[in-house]
Design a protein around this ligand. Structure first.
Ligand code: 0O2
Length: 209
């Protein structure tokens, strides 16, 4: 661990604030989804996970950005120390979930990136929201930036394999592997659309009865 970080009480406090933000986000999101289920008889969520980014991963990201490892750079540049991932079944669920989250009074959305409409070069697809969560600690109110990723089960399958591949090859992924991953991403995109169409057909079947 970097010395600036290791002996820094501020860093310890930041980690504590992040954990409070993570819990606030999880409680808020789970509550919103249950509220939606009560009103609509349907919960779009398959599962929700949350994590606090490891110190190692924070340092690597700062290095990748070409920033000096300081507490203030962590606070200014790393907006995904708190991460929440919401996984759902269908493509339409992703956009329903985004709509529900936009109604939250417990956090504020500061940025949204639709990597489903415009996938990353790697083939990565997901909907990202960067949010600001208020945290009250030691008589002070601070805002903690956090990242919410919303994706289908199929997108999640791709992303978790990609994560393993990146780790194994230490981000120097051979061209042949990267190209095959891109093709898999395109297949997953088609499959997500087919599953959505199929679900709509099934729903219409029951509506007509
Ligand atoms: P981890 O281990 O998940 O925390 P960037 O500077 O573009 O790399 P930025 O600006 O934070 O990152 O935003 P971006 O690109 O939206 O990526 C944020 C997160 O999205 C990443 O966090 C990953 O979780 C996920 N992600 C983005 N691109 C890819 C990809 O090609 N493959 C996979 N599997 N995940 C991706 P971290 O910090 O990179 O990683």
């Amino acid at each position: 661990m970097n010395d600036i970080i290791k002996n820094n009480q501020e860093f310890e406090l930041l980690m504590l604030q992040c954990d409070i933000a993570r819990k606030t986000l999880m409680t808020s999101i789970e509550g919103q989804m249950t509220g939606f289920e009560v009103m609509n008889g349907y919960n779009p969520v398959e599962h929700i996970k949350s994590r606090i980014k490891s110190e190692q991963s924070i340092m690597s990201k700062l290095k990748r950005y070409g920033c000096e490892i300081t507490f203030s750079n962590i606070a200014s540049f790393i907006h995904d120390i708190v991460g929440v991932r919401i996984v759902c079944s269908f493509l339409s669920d992703v956009y329903d979930i985004v709509k529900i989250l936009k109604q939250s009074q417990q956090f504020e959305i500061v940025k949204e990136i639709d990597y489903i409409k415009e996938p990353k070069e790697t083939g990565y697809t997901s909907y990202h929201l960067i949010v600001k969560v208020p945290v009250y600690l030691n008589g002070k109110k601070e805002f903690i930036h956090s990242e919410i990723q919303i994706r289908t089960v199929a997108m999640d399958f791709w992303a978790s394999l990609d994560h393993k591949i990146q780790y194994k090859f230490e981000s120097e992924v051979p061209k042949v592997v990267a190209e095959e991953m891109l093709r898999c991403s395109q297949e997953i995109r088609k499959l997500d659309h087919r599953m959505l169409d199929l679900n709509m057909t099934v729903n219409r079947f029951f509506k007509d009865k």
